[in-house]
Design a protein around this ligand. Structure first.
Ligand SMILES: C[S@@+](CC[C@H](N)C(=O)[O-])C[C@H]1O[C@@H](n2cnc3c(N)ncnc32)[C@H](O)[C@@H]1O
Length: 383
């Protein structure tokens, strides 16, 4: 039965049928690069083919917020949820942007507050690790910014924090750090050695100026006319109302293959979190029983929030887990949970996505992910 439902469609064909990446581009997409993000064409394909204007589109593991943002751009109501605090900030900024004037005002206030802030207290090990990325002058400003922004959950502050998350590390002219990866926070010891070996210079920045420059660039394209919503819930316990969503497009963690907390340790540090604590709250388990229970509860929630007749698309990758590198087809592994809760399984689309275009672009095939698949689900009308 199941084998008949598994079909192979080149997802690149889906993408090409739609529009090219440059047609879909928007300045906000460069806010912050983050591991395992959707290419823009995937949300556009599903949003435009399976929803109409005014519908509600939801992503339960929204990462940097591409699905809700693309929903808004298509005049749908976009809602994103992610348990990781830095992903929540990035999603929030996408669904509730601010104007350049508001950003300028926010930076004026920040400057005033930063000048009054004392940073001469004992530094933690994480502070010391963070300092490796910056010149002394830049790091002092980063510490002040961190201190004044912690606990400020105003809309302007959240948007400003999102810009900062995208500037903490990278190799552009506005990045605060020495030249390094933009998508993930590199390990401090590795960076230390790398700096020595390559005689890297740590740039001296005026961080507020960098934020303004980046803000102007991000806000260059017109923002959607509609605003969306961002949540910071565990996917097993969503605060969304039952039957409130027309379509779900989402991509959960693939067992324990990704390490979102560690990969974002510097961004989490800036927001005032220790990545080790955040790791405990995220689904990062390679054990089939733990992952299975997490996904069962999360799929129950997806079913609950979806309207009868609504569609749900889940992108997952095949993985190899455990010391014996046991191969698991995650989509097939999840099917019983989808069926038990009441979903009709329409099909699984097996990808032929070229490696550079996958969600998991940073992991090579021999490290784990061989293929990604999309599970097509429908909630029956009578439920
Ligand atoms: C494959 S990524 C999704 C990426 C997203 N599609 C994008 O385009 O950026 C999976 C996400 O699940 C989040 N996550 C992990 N455990 C979670 C949990 N228990 N509840 C909600 N989100 C969680 C991670 O922070 C990560 O952003």
């Amino acid at each position: 039965m199941l084998a008949q439902k598994v079909i192979s469609i080149p997802i690149t064909k889906i993408e090409n049928n739609w529009k090219t990446k440059s047609d879909l581009a928007h300045s906000m997409h460069s806010a912050c690069s983050r591991i395992c993000s959707f290419p823009i064409s995937i949300p556009n394909y599903f949003i435009r083919n399976y929803t109409k204007e005014g519908d509600v589109v939801f992503d339960s593991w929204s990462g940097k917020g591409t699905v809700p943002f693309e929903a808004l751009r298509n005049n749908r109501i976009g809602i994103g949820n992610d348990k990781s605090p830095e992903a929540y900030i990035l999603t929030h900024a996408k669904v509730k942007p601010i104007t350049i004037e508001a950003l300028q005002q926010c930076l004026i206030k920040l400057k005033r507050r930063m000048s009054r802030t004392n940073i001469n207290e004992d530094h933690t090990e994480l502070d010391r690790n963070a300092s490796i990325f910056y010149s002394k002058k830049t790091f002092e400003q980063v510490l002040r910014l961190k201190k004044v922004l912690i606990g400020d959950n105003s809309r302007d502050a959240i948007f400003t924090k999102a810009i900062i998350l995208g500037l903490l590390h990278g190799n552009g002219t506005n990045h605060f750090s020495l030249p390094c990866s933009h998508s993930y926070s590199m390990a401090p010891n590795y960076v230390k050695k790398y700096v020595k070996k390559h005689h890297l210079r740590k740039p001296s920045r005026n961080v507020l100026e960098c934020i303004l420059n980046r803000g102007k660039a991000l806000l260059a394209n017109p923002m959607p006319n509609i605003e969306g919503y961002a949540f910071n819930d565990d996917s097993t316990n969503l605060s969304l109302e039952s039957k409130s969503v027309n379509m779900i497009l989402t991509s959960p963690p693939y067992f324990g293959i990704q390490t979102y907390a560690w990969a974002n340790w510097l961004r989490l540090w800036f927001l005032g979190y220790n990545y080790k604590e955040i790791k405990k709250t995220l689904a990062e388990s390679g054990a089939a029983s733990v992952y299975g229970n997490f996904m069962k509860d999360s799929i129950n929630e997806l079913y609950r929030v979806l309207k009868p007749g609504g569609r749900c698309f889940i992108v997952v990758g095949d993985v190899k887990i455990g010391p014996k590198k046991q191969p698991i087809k995650t989509a097939e592994f999840l099917l019983p949970y989808c069926q038990d809760v009441g979903f009709e399984v329409e099909k699984i689309v097996r990808d032929t996505i070229p490696s550079g275009k996958r969600v998991m672009t940073y992991i090579s095939e021999n490290q784990g992910i061989k293929k990604e698949r999309i599970i097509y689900l429908k909630k029956p009308r009578h439920r």
